[in-house]
Design a protein. Structure first.
Length: 441
């Protein structure tokens, strides 16, 4: 057990210590404001204050000069000056301490997405633009910085306290898929196909609709076999908007084919909701889509739900803003969200490769919503970063390497259309399987 002394305690301090010690290190901790208790404690102890507290006996405390961030009760612009420490970018430098920076305050700043509560520029989709972020500006967006810090922190604690032992989690790979457009041609109805044919005449469309060729976006059986072969546990997110719009273009949920597709996947895999663009500002519509997916996941088409309680989600177009977006998810009964990443560049938005509970900065409280950050989406690599297949493979290998190094979780996002037989994505499914073989090594 680790005892932490602070002149006062706070919800922010409690939250980040729980994340660092309990979740990342697997170590129990307590926070005390009693200096005498701290002096007499004989185990691993951290003095998180400016006070000069001498231990009554044994090894002196591990000292970290605390930043004021964890004791503030307001959200204000922070003065951040980055520097290198043990080969990684750091900030909130300390003096006369056993660690070169305030790991608690710095980790809190990043994992809570503190900067997203400050005035900032939006991108074309009204999302927080990654160009605003400290990680992008300082060049550590492609690193799970918090995990690296914690690894070094544990090493320093071990050097001072020989009895200190940690239980880091094991590396995990979570393949996830967004089903935005289930099929390219099939099950779209006569009018949509006629319109599509007029815009882009295609012999392939005719063959697919005639039943003599597979739909190019139909990669479902291929994925099923891939997961079986490599013993993977996939997670699928389905878009089930009841009407289509500019950004919502899936097969409508009342169609038998869509119902069957969802139901088949729910029987074999874990599934979650891909809230539509339309539901982004409407919690009642979000709840309606959740109920719709739950009904589709059940065995019958009787409109009843409850057998499959959908509690996972990922926002369509990664469209959300803090804190309103996460509050809506909580209000709709979502417990686990997989949207923490950027919709226009790959990397670690929260600078961490581990799941964590969302901390609502405005309410100053830890919530029950668990955030599962992703670092890679193939659409970013293809459409935004304009990468080749080889460049994207190299990027994936980088994320695999850094996540393994810190015992993190690598969550990737793929779409069924990239892994089918569409000509524009030729070679991507082969590259993906090649990457999977590297994950297994």
């Amino acid at each position: 057990m680790v005892l932490i002394y602070s002149h006062i305690t706070s919800p922010r301090l409690q939250y980040i210590c729980s994340f660092i010690f309990k979740e990342l290190m697997g170590v129990d901790f307590e926070i005390t404001i009693d200096s005498e208790e701290f002096k007499n404690f004989e185990g691993v102890k951290i003095n998180y204050s400016d006070a000069d507290i001498h231990s009554a006996q044994g090894v002196p405390a591990f000292n970290i000069q605390g930043n004021s961030l964890l004791f503030d009760e307001i959200i204000i612009q922070q003065e951040i000056i980055c520097f290198d420490a043990s080969g990684t970018k750091s900030f909130f430098r300390t003096h006369n301490s056993d660690f070169p920076f305030d790991i608690f305050a710095a980790s809190f700043y990043l994992v809570t997405r503190y900067e997203e509560y400050l005035p900032h520029e939006k991108d074309m989709y009204k999302r927080y633009a990654y160009e605003n972020s400290l990680a992008f500006k300082e060049g550590f967006l492609n690193q799970p910085l918090i995990n690296s810090w914690v690894k070094e922190f544990a090493k320093k604690l071990k050097q001072k306290f020989s009895t200190f032992n940690v239980q880091f989690p094991t590396f995990r790979f979570e393949p996830t898929y967004d089903i935005d457009i289930a099929y390219s041609y099939k099950h779209k109805g006569l009018l949509r196909n006629l319109g599509g044919f007029v815009k882009s005449p295609s012999a392939e469309r005719i063959k697919v609709l005639a039943g003599s060729a597979n739909d190019p976006f139909d990669s479902y059986e291929w994925l099923h076999q891939l997961h079986r072969r490599y013993h993977l546990q996939p997670l699928y997110f389905f878009l089930v908007a009841e009407k289509n719009g500019r950004f919502d273009k899936n097969i409508l949920p009342h169609k038998d084919a869509m119902w069957k597709l969802v139901n088949q996947h729910a029987k074999k895999n874990s599934i979650g909701l891909h809230p539509s663009w339309q539901s982004g500002d409407d919690v009642s519509l979000l709840r309606k889509e959740k109920l719709q997916l739950e009904a589709m996941a059940d065995s019958g088409r009787d409109g009843l739900s409850g057998l499959n309680n959908i509690t996972r989600s990922r926002q369509h177009y990664i469209r959300f803003n803090l804190p309103e977006g996460y509050r809506r998810l909580i209000g709709a009964g979502i417990t686990d969200d997989y949207s923490m990443g950027y919709g226009s560049i790959n990397g670690f938005r929260a600078s961490v490769a581990s799941s964590f509970y969302w901390y609502d900065l405005e309410k100053e409280e830890q919530t029950e919503l668990r955030i599962h950050p992703f670092c890679f989406m193939e659409a970013n690599a293809y459409y935004e970063q304009k990468q080749s297949i080889q460049q994207t493979y190299d990027e994936l290998i980088h994320y695999l390497s850094v996540c393994k190094d810190v015992n993190g979780t690598l969550i990737s996002i793929w779409h069924n259309n990239f892994l089918g037989t569409a000509k524009e994505f030729r070679g991507w499914r082969e590259m993906y399987e090649q990457f999977i073989t590297q994950v297994q090594q």
